[in-house]
Design a protein around this ligand. Structure first.
Ligand SMILES: N[C@H](Cc1ccc(I)cc1)C(=O)NO
Ligand SMILES: [Zn+2]
Ligand SMILES: [Zn+2]
Length: 291
């Protein structure tokens, strides 16, 4: 259910989210020459995320980190799983994509920093995972953090995973996509996209923002096409949502170029922090529901 009834836990954890950590992760990821799905750098970036998430997991027996191999390209997706306690069959997915591009012709030596698209989303998610694990939060449902490969070439990594989950009949009760969280192109803070998403879950996210982030302004927008990995989950019939950094017409003009750098996003991660806050509230409120 979309009840908001975990105020004690959420309000204890929200202040632990730090934009300085998000900034550091964006710096590291945008430092790779590129993170394109077929290059050595793209493979290395995936391995780096896996090692970072393994460090977060520490020795917790209910936490695993794996790399999901894709048949037709070398870059793997990364999945961190926090196994639920008494409702582990029901699963939450929080994702972003780890690959980057400068469009057609991207290759081994292309410079594609992808600071906003989508190092920012992976960094926002990593900070949520860090706080949940550092506070020893134990969800009743299973929570999966995912860093997808090959989003820029047709949502291919998330499509492989969502299809596998459907085929295995995994009960995904909700999927949240963070793709571009750090470039504030508009007056409003968070835009909920209404196409290729689930209306009821979008309303829940708006209510979470009202309840926990009352100073943030929430707007609505559309892509007009399957513009990020939420569409892969939506296509399999799972409830998906996509909170985005700006409205469609004010979106980051630097993406898919060598200028998609932290500097182009104002050398800060305060905007990305808002998405970590919303994602944490989402993870705890939905993750704490019993069978
Ligand atoms: N097309 C998406 C980015 C994207 C998504 C929504 C909007 I509005 C503008 C741009 C992409 O490149 N994802 O990697
Ligand atoms: Zn993207
Ligand atoms: Zn992109």
């Amino acid at each position: 259910s979309y009840a908001i009834d975990n105020q004690a836990t959420v309000n204890k954890l929200l202040p632990q989210l730090q934009d300085s950590n998000i900034l550091g992760t964006i710096q590291s990821l945008s430092g790779y020459q590129n993170r394109f799905y077929t290059t050595s750098h793209g493979v290395n970036a995936s391995n780096w995320i896996a090692s970072q998430w393994k460090q977060l997991a520490g020795s917790r027996s209910d936490v695993t980190v794996e790399q999901f191999s894709h048949a037709s390209w070398p870059q793997k997706s990364v999945i961190l799983t926090i196994k639920g306690t008494d409702n582990a069959a029901e699963t939450l997915v929080l994702g972003g994509h780890l690959d980057s591009t400068v469009g057609n012709g991207t290759g081994e030596n292309s410079r594609a920093p992808g600071a906003d698209d989508d190092a920012s989303g992976v960094a926002s998610l990593t900070e949520v995972a860090r706080v949940l694990l550092a506070s020893n939060y134990q969800p009743r449902r299973t929570i999966k953090f995912m860093a997808y490969a090959a989003e820029e070439v047709g949502l291919r990594g998330s499509s492989d995973i969502a299809k596998r989950f459907k085929q295995q009949q995994v009960k995904v009760v909700g999927a949240l996509q963070l793709d571009m969280t750090n470039y504030q192109g508009d007056a409003q803070d968070i835009f909920l996209f209404t196409d290729y998403t689930n209306a009821a879950q979008n309303t829940f996210l708006a209510n979470l923002a009202k309840a926990y982030l009352p100073n943030l302004k929430v707007g609505y927008s559309q892509c007009g096409y399957a513009c990020s990995d939420h569409a892969s989950w939506h296509a399999q019939g799972y409830p998906a949502s996509f909170p985005f950094e700006s409205s469609f017409d004010k979106s980051n003009p630097y993406i898919h170029s060598s200028s998609d750098t932290l500097a182009s996003s104002g050398n800060q991660a305060r905007h990305a922090l808002k998405f970590s806050q919303l994602a944490l509230a989402y993870a705890v409120e939905l993750g704490s529901d019993g069978p």
